[in-house]
Design a protein around this ligand. Structure first.
Ligand code: HEM
Length: 208
């Protein structure tokens, strides 16, 4: 009989939970690739006005979502890196792209009815999976901005480019998925992820 080391067992659990989440949410994720505001970003055809409008809409989603997860009763159970806000970087990008601070303050923000329901720990982790996972694809989207912003120009794309904070966040996310999977929270984790994808899609569609 072959015994698994602790590290191998942990890796198997992570692949299981994360891999299953990826497969189960594949359709929701791929629908976003074709979403009207996001598609021109992915194919490198986006113009400045449309890029600013997209970032503004993302800001109106991420800022309230981040406040919501930080205030959740489950917030103390995860590594702080997983909750690190990314909306301030979005705000900075918008300012770098010439949006006035007063205009930022007037941007519409998603209300609580437009956010996922996070009634248990699994849903909470599922929601954070969508938020942290989005930084993986976002790196590629940041590169697709070269025709618009110029190769080597970092201004206006810090949110998408991610950086070290996004790496830490993703690692903390994988650890949280490990834990929630081991606790048997699979169904609620998937529900939280599904609802978060759906909430973002609805929010973007409402502006398209
Ligand atoms: C045009 C838009 C998008 C494109 C082209 C895209 C593309 C990608 C790609 C290529 C990956 C894999 C990256 C890697 O493994 O290194 C990825 C991962 C991921 N993306 Fe997106 N993405 C887009 C938008 C989004 C949005 C808006 C969200 C959610 C808010 C999202 C959530 C995720 C998640 C959760 C993962 C991790 C999947 C996993 O478990 O491996 N994506 N994306």
């Amino acid at each position: 009989m072959t015994l698994r080391s602790e590290a191998e067992t942990s890796r198997a659990l992570r692949l299981d939970g994360r891999g299953r989440l990826r497969e189960a949410t594949r359709a929701a994720h791929e629908r976003l690739h074709g979403q009207k505001l996001l598609a021109p970003l992915a194919d490198g055809s986006i113009g400045l006005a449309a890029y600013r409008a997209l970032l503004a809409r993302l800001y109106g989603f991420h800022a309230p979502l981040e406040a919501f997860v930080a205030a959740s009763p489950w917030a103390g159970r995860v590594d702080a890196a997983l909750l690190a806000p990314r909306a301030p970087r979005l705000r900075q990008d918008l300012l770098e792209l010439g949006v006035e601070a007063a205009e930022l303050a007037r941007l519409p923000r998603v209300g609580s009815s437009g956010l996922p329901e996070l009634g248990d720990y699994g849903r909470f982790v599922g929601c954070l999976y969508v938020r942290a996972g989005s930084t993986l694809g976002a790196r590629l989207l940041a590169k697709a901005l070269d025709p618009l912003l110029g190769a080597g120009n970092v201004l206006g794309r810090g949110f998408l480019a991610g950086g070290d904070g996004a790496d830490l966040q993703w690692r903390a996310c994988c650890a949280a998925i490990d834990g929630a999977t081991a606790e048997g929270c699979w169904d609620s984790m998937l529900a939280g992820a599904d609802e978060t994808f759906a909430a973002l899609e609805a929010w973007l569609d409402a502006a398209s």
